[in-house]
Design a protein. Structure first.
Length: 192
């Protein structure tokens, strides 16, 4: 009976810190590399198809669900249109909903959520940049979150599908063309 009580107490000590740690928000820095694709309109090309993103995030979760908003600088590259260049750089705010395994230290997860992008930089008077565009993110990752010992981190792959487009340009015959930048991303994060 004593052995059973000790085993039960040990199990509680292992599970309780992990459960309480999920109630405490985690904050950190994140960044990674992205590979862009531009929809094929009016002969435009994404001049720099490899870019990067860097920023901060918060991870708020309980059990198998978590919410992870972030604030990022996102450099997708330059769009070359008819001899001119427009920047595809954004301040991005992804709001990911994570579905994670309830394991105490290493958690696998899948994520889905919107990303709000605000274009910044010089458009070169080539395109008419919208004030905001929306993308949808989907991805998978693994998080390392040791209970009560401090730092945590994650590594993930994700795809951001541009839904609304970030700019318009007038094409041949006065037609309006919408530029959409969709990105494949590899991201790492480190938090406290």
């Amino acid at each position: 009976m004593l052995l059973f009580r000790l085993a039960f107490l040990a199990a509680l000590l292992l599970v309780a810190p992990a459960a309480s740690a999920q109630l405490i928000p985690s904050f950190g820095a994140t960044g990674g590399v992205n590979f862009g694709s531009l929809n094929d309109v009016a002969g435009a090309e994404l001049g720099n198809s490899t870019g990067f993103h860097v920023g901060i995030y918060a991870d708020l979760g309980f059990g198998p669900l978590a919410l992870r908003p972030a604030l990022l600088y996102l450099r997708a590259g330059d769009v070359e249109v008819g001899g001119g260049t427009a920047s595809a750089n954004f301040v991005a705010i992804p709001v990911d909903i994570k579905f994670q395994t309830p394991t105490p230290v290493v958690k696998g997860y899948a994520l889905l959520g919107p990303e709000f992008r605000f274009p910044i930089g010089d458009d070169g008077n080539v395109v008419s940049t919208k004030s905001m565009n929306v993308a949808v993110n989907a991805g998978v990752g693994v998080a390392f979150d040791p209970p009560l010992v401090g730092p945590n981190g994650f590594l993930e792959v994700r795809y951001a599908l541009d839904v609304t487009g970030f700019a318009d340009a007038v094409g041949v015959g006065g037609t309006s063309n919408e530029y959409k930048v969709s990105l494949f991303m590899i991201r790492a994060g480190f938090g406290l």
